[in-house]
Design a protein around this ligand. Structure first.
Ligand code: B4P
Length: 243
């Protein structure tokens, strides 16, 4: 079997050069070794192309976290919640957590570079995932661009964005209720909750237009029982998977 040097992607040539420089001598002829590496590369590419990547979008308290738990169980996706990742950093009192707390306590968004860095490392940690559920990310257009770039590096993309729609009165009730038991500093104070809505309208709502232009956006009614909303989300996902 003959394999031509022009068939081999540049990155693999570089990889092989490093391996050879480090003294590794494959016990097969170089052309077959290249072919073997090429097959590994193509297999990895195919897996990435078939990933299902979902964004669960919506204002604070719309039920992203609640529904994400059920969706990851149903579809076997890896759950990436920037809110949860940030709260973990805060409870571990890391420098990143201490910086993030200042923003969260005031109802503001944590700087883009911090959350993008967290998502980048999480994607790296789950190289073999069949897909991701992004919960609470992206929250700015800059984050949406960064996510597109990170996924393109993995030769995959966002499959669908499902946006939970809930009225502001209902959101306030849910957040104040959660604040009674969650101990979350950003849920206890109505002024902070209003600040979060202002930030959402100014910085996060434009993310919806970004995905509408890409024909990936679908609104889902976010009021009703948790199971009713879950059924609507499942219907939208199953349609996207079938298309
Ligand atoms: P998040 O942790 O993302 O949380 P959230 O938007 O407040 O809530 P979620 O929509 O997940 O609501 P949940 O299911 O819990 O963000 C927290 C903060 O972290 C942000 O304000 C920001 O500062 C920072 N942050 C996070 N990501 C960031 C990013 N990408 N960039 C910058 N900063 C970032 O539901 C809320 C309540 O409603 C719960 O009590 C739940 O039980 C209840 N509920 C859910 N569904 C219900 C239903 N159908 N009926 C009645 N109640 C319901």
């Amino acid at each position: 079997m003959v394999c031509q040097a022009t068939d081999i992607p540049g990155s693999i040539n570089i990889f092989l050069s490093i391996v050879v420089l480090k003294g590794f001598k494959p016990n097969i002829c170089p052309s077959h070794y290249f072919l073997h590496l090429h097959i590994i590369f193509v297999t990895h590419q195919d897996q990435a192309a078939h990933m299902f990547n979902l964004i669960l979008f919506g204002p604070p308290g719309s039920g992203k976290g609640t529904q994400s738990e059920k969706l990851v169980e149903k579809y076997g996706l890896i759950h990436l919640s920037t809110g949860n990742l940030l709260r973990e950093e805060i409870s571990n009192r890391t420098p990143l957590g201490l910086e993030a707390k200042n923003f969260i306590d005031r109802g503001q968004l944590v700087p883009d570079e911090v959350v993008i860095g967290m998502i980048d490392s999480s994607l790296e940690m789950h190289k073999d995932a069949s897909g991701f559920l992004f919960d609470g990310f992206p929250r700015t257009v800059a984050q949406a661009h960064a996510l597109d770039r990170l996924l393109a590096l993995k030769r995959t993309e966002i499959s669908i964005v499902l946006a939970l729609e809930v009225t502001e009165e209902e959101l306030i009730q849910r957040l104040l209720n959660r604040g009674k038991t969650s101990g979350r500093s950003d849920d206890n104070d109505e002024a902070i909750i209003h600040k979060r809505f202002t930030v959402y309208n100014n910085e996060t709502a434009p993310v919806a237009d970004y995905y509408k232009k890409a024909h990936k956006f679908k609104a889902i009614p976010g009021e009703g029982s948790v199971n009713e909303i879950f059924a609507s989300l499942r219907k939208a996902i199953d349609m996207a998977l079938a298309s």
